[in-house]
Design a protein around this ligand. Structure first.
Ligand code: FAD
Length: 492
């Protein structure tokens, strides 16, 4: 089997479709034609306001200027996520994109912190620069040498529009219309798509970015769905924007655990995005809607919108000449803002193959699929970690989450941490060991026994090191501007 890609058709013009189009039009300039079909009548999901730091690499790769992008999308900076009420009600912790010092050996910061127990200075989060920045609402953009990273919050519909303009400038084409028929090739692949007005678009390679409907990979090629809902049971979300009430802008997303799911709060410049992700196994839609309305910071700007989904992914992401990217390939719930990251990762896997100068064959496709499937599983495990360590027993969701049978890969990791203090990493991790540590620490889940190697550092030196680091972090953060002040400077 050899797949050519002289003519590429992207089905769908949501975030996935236009991210793919902008990247392909930039990276394959002149080598392939790139055409996007989208239907205004169907529209896009349009949620997806919080991101992961890798989006900066994507923006850089397609040549997007940060200030221009923030202006166009009402964007703000994101240092991480504050998790409220996840372990027990009334407690919170941060997962930010920054380090907690050394992870192993006698100087392992977390190890010494635990060893000092009640004598350790301050909260564990105070050892992490971006966590303290987030706690105090301060921000400056990190350069490549800084010990932290950052992402953005933005209006996903505006981002798709921004990328569309960019992709069209780089030579991508756009066709408006609803696809009503998909024509197959004798080998089972897709030959062309037919629009409601009778036009037909043929291509060598189709990128299915058609959203939850999964028009090509799911509906046409009938690729089975691998269901994750036994571990990630949320299946609905209410989303509702509200007025921005404060002049301050928190440089982080907030996620608050509720009776049958959790609520997000995402600060944009012109409004605040709120949503409630929940499981209908544990709470009905009406009650979930009421709970969301109680979370709003200000007056709602629209009626809440209900979104339905099942967590999981298609068994293969690339079949014949169809590659699915975005919601058409699968969805993990939005707890760690990983969907756009997964879109980006799919695009970069594809671009690597398309620009390698080798023919696309069975091996390339298998390689693509193995990587994508592993990555979904790794991120699934990371998200499940947030739930399964809960000490809440006040509703059926949390009791079930604490008692669930874990995916084997996650059970192994939890055991390695609990028994030996080892943060085991597999291939295709979406989150590094520091992120895993942030969740373990935030959920009060520490190894049972201290590593004897930690004893090599005398206790008074450990105390001094931790106190020194905490004070240095606090002093550095005190000099930084408030997030909104910094943002105003950048936007000019
Ligand atoms: P869509 O936006 O649905 O786009 C599908 C496109 O296909 C549309 O243009 C549509 O018109 C077109 N189409 C479909 N059928 C046809 C047809 N027959 N003919 C022609 N065109 C067709 N991600 C994050 O990274 N961070 C978040 O914070 C986040 N929060 C989320 C919260 C919720 C509740 C949900 C459900 C998702 C969230 N996501 C988040 C995911 C994010 O919204 C999506 O990954 C992202 O918007 C990409 O969507 P998409 O482009 O795959 O699909």
């Amino acid at each position: 089997m050899s797949i050519s890609f002289d003519r590429i058709v992207i089905v769908g013009g949501g975030t996935a479709g236009w991210m793919a189009a902008a990247a392909l039009a930039t990276g394959l300039r002149g080598r392939s034609t790139v055409e996007v079909v989208e239907s205004e009548e169907i529209g896009i999901v349009g949620v997806g306001e919080a991101t992961f730091p890798s989006i900066r690499n994507y923006n850089r790769m397609v040549g997007i200027d940060e200030a221009e992008f923030l202006r166009a999308t009402n964007g703000t900076y994101k240092l991480g996520i504050q998790f409220c009420d996840w372990r027990v009600k009334g407690e919170h912790y941060f997962h930010t994109f920054g380090d907690f010092g050394q992870l192993g050996g006698p100087y392992a910061l977390w190890g010494q912190y635990r060893r000092l127990a009640g004598a350790a200075p301050g909260a564990f989060g105070e050892q992490c620069l971006p966590t303290v920045m987030a706690m105090q609402g301060r921000f400056v953009a990190a350069d490549d040498k800084a010990p932290y990273n950052y992402a953005y919050h933005f209006d996903a519909s505006l981002y798709a529009g921004f990328l569309r303009d960019l992709a069209l400038k780089r030579g991508a084409r756009r066709t408006e219309g609803r696809i009503v028929e998909v024509n197959r090739r004798p080998d089972g692949g897709v030959r062309s798509v037919k629009l409601a007005d009778g036009r037909e678009l043929a291509a060598d390679l189709f990128i299915d970015c058609s959203g939850f409907g999964s028009l090509l990979l799911g509906k046409t090629l009938d690729e089975p769905f691998v269901d994750f809902s036994r571990w990630l049971p949320v299946d609905r979300a209410w989303a509702c924007p509200c007025e921005r009430t404060a002049s301050e802008l928190t440089p982080y997303t907030r996620s608050t655990a509720l009776e049958g799911g959790w609520a997000w709060r995402i600060p944009l410049r012109n409004r605040t995005g709120h949503g409630h992700v929940f499981s209908t196994r544990y709470i009905d839609e009406e009650r979930a809607r009421e709970q969301l309305m109680q979370q709003l910071d200000g007056a709602p700007l629209a009626e809440p919108r209900l979104l339905r989904f099942t967590t999981g992914h298609r068994a293969r992401f690339w079949v014949h000449n169809v590659v699915a990217i975005g919601l058409s390939s699968g969805f993990l719930e939005p707890l760690e803002s990983t969907s756009i990251f997964l879109i980006q990762s799919g695009i970069s896997r594809l671009m690597t193959l398309l620009t390698a100068g080798q023919p696309l064959d069975e091996q390339s496709v298998t390689h693509f699929n193995t990587g994508a499937v592993s990555q979904f599983a790794r991120i699934r495990d990371f998200i499940v970690l947030h739930y399964c360590l809960t000490a809440r027993r006040d509703s059926a969701l949390w009791r079930d989450m604490a008692a669930m049978e874990l995916p084997e890969t996650l059970a192994f990791k939890i055991e390695a941490w609990r028994r030996f203090g080892v943060l085991h990493m597999y291939d295709e991790e979406g989150f590094d060991a520091t992120s895993w540590l942030a969740i373990h620490a935030g959920m009060g889940h520490w190894p049972e026994r201290a590593d004897p190697v930690l004893q090599e550092l005398p206790l008074d030196e450990a105390l001094q090191a931790l106190t020194g680091r905490r004070d240095a972090v606090a002093a550095a953060v005190a000099r930084l501007p408030a997030h909104h002040t910094y943002l105003d400077q950048v936007l000019g």
